[in-house]
Structure formats: structure tokens, C-alpha cells
Design a protein around this ligand. Structure first.
Ligand code: SF4
Length: 359
């Protein structure tokens, strides 16, 4: 295990102001908060890709930014090799920032347009103490990084500016910059969603190759559950700031247990389904809420998915479900009352119906 998060929570305050307090003018006052991430736990292991899947606004990118220490967390614990990381600026914190690197969604925005590839990679190598001694060693390290991300021959790319590269090449430079820190974990926030479809596979294959050769732990954030199945060893599904299902990718994508995961899979483009039921209207038969995600300022009580869930029961409206083991695969779990072992007759019938549809 490399990186572990437990009970990770992030609430963004909504402030209003200016307000007058005892004759003095205060700038703002906190009125409410956006509950972007709530009690999220996950583990990243060496040599494995973990996909974090969910629709826009589900809190996936916030989880990545919390793990990268770009946002302070409201609650929860983050551990690297079992040791909590708390003090910003301390020795442990600096080691954490070296070992956990982030790759952003937009490769053009993440590179400085007025600097060359050489500048970006040299800076990463120097900051993290991997530049070696002297120009020859630095040049060797630069070439090694570019070769590792398959930008060869290095001479052709090292003195180019970001605008002289294609989107896929820019993302490879961003990956090389992250590798300049010699990390153990990569947090890839939708790394291919802004690339042309034709080059997405190449970047995913590069990340998989790096995972195997460098034994990296990778968090792959995506809204595309089909790519999670192709690329990731494990898959976690997030809805409205909470984890709702997890397990190995094959099991989660082939035998989804949570009604939201089933909805995500139903929503993925499928030419066969388009021909048979005319899907593509944006709302699938399993979405009882018209496709609207809930407000995270005032999320629904109980299970946050209950306004959209076709299987919702009375208890779902008031009680938040914990994780339940799903009996069809080792490590497969779902946060859904349908899998409560103390199951009611009503839930047993619905769970059986869902299992039947998924087969
Ligand atoms: Fe649906 Fe209830 Fe399960 Fe939530 S807990 S997904 S509302 S059945």
C-alpha cells in the first residue's frame, strides 16, 4: 500500500458579505457550505491503477486535489506508507509532495506557454533533487524523461514550446514532468478527456506501461466507466461526494451492484441499445429523477441517490447506507440498503430483480 485516505471530507464555505458586526465592518460571514466530498476512504497500491468514476460534480477532482494537498481538508486522514501527513511545510510534507504527483486534465493550461519543454523538466528535476551534478548528467536525465514518455528522439522535443506540440505530446510532457520527481503515486485527473479520441489510447497505454515498469500506484479519475474497465485494476464509483461502490474493475463494470453504477453503465454509448430502445434521450429507464444530480449545498438526507433511484425504499430517505459486502466477488462492496444482510423482504425482491437485469 502506498497512499491511503480515510474519512476524507471537504466542505467549501459559501460566504456572504460585507456584514456589520458590533459597529465594525467584517468582510464576509459564512452562511452555508458546499459538501463536495463526504467521508471518502480509498487505498492506492503499488503497481495498480484505481479508477475513480462518477459524473461531473460528483467530487472526483476534489478528492484528487485533497490527496495532492492542493486543498486543505475539512476532516479525515491521509497516510503515505502508513504515516499521517499533517504539517504543511515540514520534512514529511515535502517528501509527500515529491512522492505523490498530479497530472491535470488540460495539458495546455498545466504548462507555461512562455517556457520550453527543457525548462519545465529541468525545473522539476532540480526542485526534487534529481538533476544530477553538472550539465552532462542533467542532459542525460532530461533525455531519460522524454524517452520514458516515448517522445523520441529527445532532441526533437526538448527545445519546443507547448504551442508547438500536439495535445497528446503536451500531456506526455506533463507526465514526464511528474516523473521528474521520481514519484510513487500519480493522481491523473481525467488525463485523456481533452485529447482527440485517436490519441487517448496511446496516453492510457503509456500510463499502463509506466505503472508496470516503475511499479507506480495510479489514481485514474474519469467519467467514462468504459475506459475504467479497459485501463484500471480496481474501480471506485462516486456519487454526490460519497463513494457508493468499489471492487475489481471487471466485477464492478460487468456486475454492477449499486443502482447508480448501473445507471452509469446504461448511460455509456452502446450502438446495440440505440438500435433496440432508442436510448440517447439523456435519461435512461433506471433514472427516476430525470438525470438531475442533487445540490451539494443541501444534499438529500439518507442515501443521496434516493431521489433518482428506481429501487428506493422508505429507509433510504432517512438513513445513509454504510458499505455492504456484495457476495459475488472478493472485495466487492456497495453502499446501498439492498445489500443489508438483515434484508427486508422488499429489498430482497428488488435486489434479485437488479441482479437479473445485470446478467
Ligand atoms: Fe437506492 Fe436505497 Fe440503495 Fe440508495 S440505498 S441506491 S436509494 S436502494
Amino acid at each position: 500500500m502506498v497512499l491511503e485516505a480515510e474519512g476524507l471530507t471537504k466542505h467549501f464555505p459559501i460566504r456572504q458579505g460585507p456584514v456589520r458586526r458590533r459597529g465594525r465592518e467584517a468582510l464576509t460571514r459564512r452562511v452555508r457550505s458546499v459538501q463536495a466530498v463526504d467521508d471518502v476512504s480509498l487505498t492506492l497500491r503499488r503497481g495498480r491503477v484505481t479508477a475513480l468514476v462518477g459524473e461531473s460534480g460528483s467530487g472526483k477532482s476534489t478528492v484528487a486535489r485533497l490527496l495532492a494537498q492542493l486543498y486543505p481538508r475539512t476532516a479525515g486522514d491521509i497516510r503515505l506508507h502508513g504515516e499521517s501527513v499533517t504539517v504543511k511545510g515540514g520534512r514529511k510534507f515535502r517528501a509527500y509532495c515529491r512522492q505523490v504527483q498530479m497530472i491535470f486534465q488540460d495539458p495546455f493550461a498545466s504548462l507555461n506557454p512562455v517556457h520550453t519543454v527543457r525548462y519545465h523538466l529541468t525545473r522539476a528535476l532540480k526542485i526534487h533533487g534529481n538533476a544530477g551534478k553538472g550539465d552532462a548528467e542533467l542532459e542525460q536525465a532530461l533525455n531519460g524523461l522524454l524517452e520514458r514518455v516515448q517522445l523520441t528522439p529527445p532532441d526533437r522535443y526538448v527545445d519546443k514550446f507547448p504551442h508547438e506540440l500536439s495535445g497528446g505530446q503536451r500531456q506526455r510532457v506533463a507526465i514526464a514532468r511528474a516523473l521528474g520527481a521520481d514519484p510513487e503515486a500519480l493522481l491523473a485527473d481525467e488525463p485523456v478527456s481533452m485529447l482527440d479520441v485517436s490519441i487517448r489510447l496511446g496516453v492510457l497505454n503509456l500510463l499502463r506501461d509506466l505503472k508496470e515498469r516503475l511499479h507506480l500506484a495510479i489514481l485514474y479519475i474519469t467519467h467514462d466507466i468504459a475506459s475504467a474497465r479497459y485501463f484500471a485494476d480496481d474501480t471506485l464509483v462516486m456519487y454526490a461526494g460519497r463513494m457508493v461502490e468499489g471492487g475489481d474493475s471487471e466485477t464492478v463494470t460487468q456486475r454492477p451492484a449499486h443502482p447508480y453504477t448501473q445507471l452509469l453503465i446504461d448511460s455509456a454509448p452502446d450502438p446495440d441499445r440505440l438500435l433496440t430502445d432508442g436510448a440517447g434521450s439523456g435519461t435512461t429507464p433506471r433514472d427516476a429523477g430525470g438525470g438531475e444530480p442533487p445540490s451539494l449545498i443541501d444534499p438529500p438526507p439518507g442515501c443521496r441517490f434516493h431521489p433518482r433511484c428506481p429501487s428506493a425504499m422508505e429507509r433510504c430517505k432517512t438513513q445513509s447506507p454504510p458499505r455492504f459486502d456484495v457476495s459475488d466477488g472478493a472485495g466487492h462492496w456497495a453502499a446501498c440498503w439492498l445489500y443489508d444482510t438483515d434484508v427486508t423482504a422488499e429489498a430482497a425482491v428488488i435486489a434479485e430483480e437488479i441482479a437479473e437485469v445485470s446478467r
